[in-house]
Design a protein around this ligand. Structure first.
Ligand SMILES: C[S@@+](CC[C@H](N)C(=O)[O-])C[C@H]1O[C@@H](n2cnc3c(N)ncnc32)[C@H](O)[C@@H]1O
Length: 595
């Protein structure tokens, strides 16, 4: 078959997937006697029945297929030059969106209604330049955010309306610093502003930071993050947020996090994942780093016979108690829930837990810190205790990504049908955005199954199963205590940033944690890269052979077969020894102050 025939058959398969998915949506909406929401609608409400029906598993599956297939179809048919150039300019969407949000365009257009408003009036409200505002809004309208009703007249559409701060334009212009004080209905606007300011500026520093990152995960020399460079600070992101001059970003971030939990509500953990209903009555769940305890509250609402301990820092835990008082006071009255101030980097006080539950904790920390947290839990665990980590689990973009997809049937991730990318392409790209956001701001990481397996193993836990609840991007990674034997200690101390202990006779071999000296540029070590050195583990059916250390890294000509991330040679010149400034500015890591 010629290449043309193959490509055309791929196009037809994608088109057919789109058509059948539209049929599915049409049938479901017809059976509910509801019209599919129109993009042209100038309002958005998540409680609108037409919007709610999007969450129906059949509809959401069809939507996923359409979004993935249309993006892939475009990539297949468009000129690669056009596609590449558009990708290189996508920062303008973020920049224009932030401009529109800070000029309160959504709220102005909300008052104007479906007929829209001329840019003279839009710009007049903030005393800005109408021509510039028109150019910004036109780029957004071209990407289906806002609608140009007639020349220079713009109206909200269903996408722009998502960002309505639910305040009058007058109030917003009079008290701009207070635009994120309020009911919380402005949380998606806060999230978008946070993304298109703090994350946007930090992302611009990604290249500088990646190019000069240490090849060792967890190495101290890589603590200068894109955020530090972008904001010219040595403070951690959270310390920076707490500075008096950053009150607005702080309030905005707090609301933005509320927006995130709205996108991923706590009750999403009840279906299709770890079976909370299988726990006997009276079982104790310790929600470690509980925040306000939203997740355990959903579990307790459905399974009121379970006992809950919420643990968080002293500054946070009172908020959790208040939240439970408001939402499930009965559990408090019946003495079925406790609130403990606890730092998870210190020994775990609850020794008889049935479940240690951690949602959105591990992605905040590099491997060495996660191992510390999990070791404290392991030390407090009974043989029957299970650890449930709820976080995104990052899939590869390749079909048959080896151990990721099939190790002993422990974690069968639903994959998209061919010819779609198995990870659903941009329809599920949020996991990869979040992964990089975690890096930009706090040196965190969303892990692959193998990366989870590795930190669990280091901390004395054994990966038992990974659940991928349908419709939720919150995977459940379940582990049981590794049992120490005379041949292998339960905790193996394999982490790259931990000092290697000399191997005792008969003990598990200890890794050489230092990278070997190499004349080639050290292997790329992204957040998912395995520890350097020569480690061979076979665990849970996953071959974690890491003997391809930097010393073994070979040049692999790129081509259809591709290169392994761990074998990619950095195109930069060979590195100068770390911690010594090179004289040539092109070789030196950029200083923290702007370069
Ligand atoms: C992203 S939030 C997740 C909250 C909650 N698990 C959820 O899913 O809604 C991270 C939580 O970890 C808590 N945290 C951070 N450092 C901690 C520490 N050293 N000990 C205990 N909790 C900590 C924070 O206060 C915050 O509530």
């Amino acid at each position: 078959m010629s290449t043309t025939t193959t490509t055309l058959s791929t196009l037809r398969e994608l088109a057919s997937l789109i058509t059948t998915s539209i049929d599915t949506i049409e049938a479901t909406y017809a059976s509910h006697d509801v019209d599919f929401p129109s993009l042209a609608a100038h309002t958005f409400s998540p409680t609108d029945p037409a919007e709610k029906l999007r969450q129906d598993p059949i509809v959401s599956g069809a939507i996923l297929a359409i979004v993935a297939a249309t993006a892939q179809l475009s990539a297949e048919v468009a000129s690669p030059i056009v596609s590449g150039m558009q990708a290189s300019q996508s920062h303008f969407i973020s920049a224009c969106l932030n401009t529109a949000l800070e000029l309160n365009v959504v709220e102005l257009l909300s008052e104007a209604g479906p007929g829209g408003m001329h840019v003279r009036e839009i710009a007049g409200a903030s005393n800005t330049n109408p021509g510039l505002v028109a150019r910004v809004l036109r780029l957004l309208a071209t990407h289906h955010i806002f609608r140009e009703v007639s020349t220079d007249v713009f109206a909200n559409n269903r996408i722009s309306a998502v960002f309505n701060k639910a305040k009058s334009p007058r109030e917003l212009f009079e008290k701009p610093a207070q635009r994120f004080d309020g009911s919380g209905s402005e949380s998606l606007a806060a999230l978008a502003e946070h993304m298109s300011t703090i994350n946007f500026r930090s992302a611009a520093e990604l290249t500088n930071t990646v190019k000069y990152a240490s090849p060792m995960n967890g190495s101290k020399s890589k603590q200068i993050l894109p955020f530090h460079r972008a904001f010219d600070t040595k403070l951690s992101f959270y310390e920076w947020l707490h500075q008096p001059e950053n009150v607005l970003p702080f309030k905005r971030f707090a609301l933005a996090m509320k927006g995130v939990s709205e996108m991923k509500p706590g009750d999403g953990i009840l279906e299709g994942g770890f079976d909370w209903g299988s726990l006997p009555a009276g079982s104790q769940i310790v929600d470690v780093g509980s925040g306000n305890g939203q997740v355990s509250l959903h579990i307790a609402q459905k399974y009121p016979e379970l006992r809950i301990v919420n643990q968080d820092l002293a500054s946070q835990i009172a908020g959790a108690e208040k939240y439970w008082q408001q939402n499930l006071p009965l559990h408090i009255d019946q003495d079925l829930v406790e609130f403990q101030a606890h730092d998870f980097f210190t020994p775990q006080p609850v020794k008889d837990a049935d479940i240690f539950l951690l949602r959105y904790i591990t992605h905040n920390w590099q491997d060495d810190k996660v191992v510390q947290i999990l070791q404290h839990l392991r030390n407090a665990a009974k043989p029957e205790t299970r650890l449930v980590l709820i976080d995104d689990v990052v899939p590869g973009a390749a079909r048959n990504s080896g151990s990721e997809s099939d190790s002993a049937n422990l974690h069968i991730r639903p994959v998209a049908p061919a010819p779609l990318l198995p990870n659903w392409g941009i329809a599920k790209a949020q996991t990869y955005y979040t992964d990089l956001i975690m890096y930009l701001l706090v040196d965190g990481v969303e892990r692959t199954v193998d990366a989870f397996s590795r930190v669990l193993d280091c901390a004395g836990w054994k990966l038992q199963r990974v659940y991928y609840p349908s419709g939720a991007d919150q995977s459940h990674v379940v582990a049981i205590p590794l049992v120490a034997t005379s041949h292998a200690p339960a905790t193996r101390h394999l982490c790259p940033s931990r000092p290697a202990r000399p191997a005792a006779a008969g003990s598990h071999p200890q890794p050489d944690v230092q990278p070997r000296q190499s004349k080639t540029f050290p292997a790329f070590a992204g957040p998912q890269a395995p520890p350097q050195g020569s480690i061979h583990l076979h665990h849970a059916g996953v071959d974690l052979d890491n003997s391809r250390g930097s010393g073994a890294s070979q040049y692999v000509p790129d081509g259809p077969g591709g290169m392994l991330a761990t074998d990619i040679r950095c195109p930069c010149p060979p590195p100068v020894p770390r911690r010594r400034r090179a004289t040539s500015s092109s070789l030196a890591p950029p200083p923290l102050s702007k370069d």
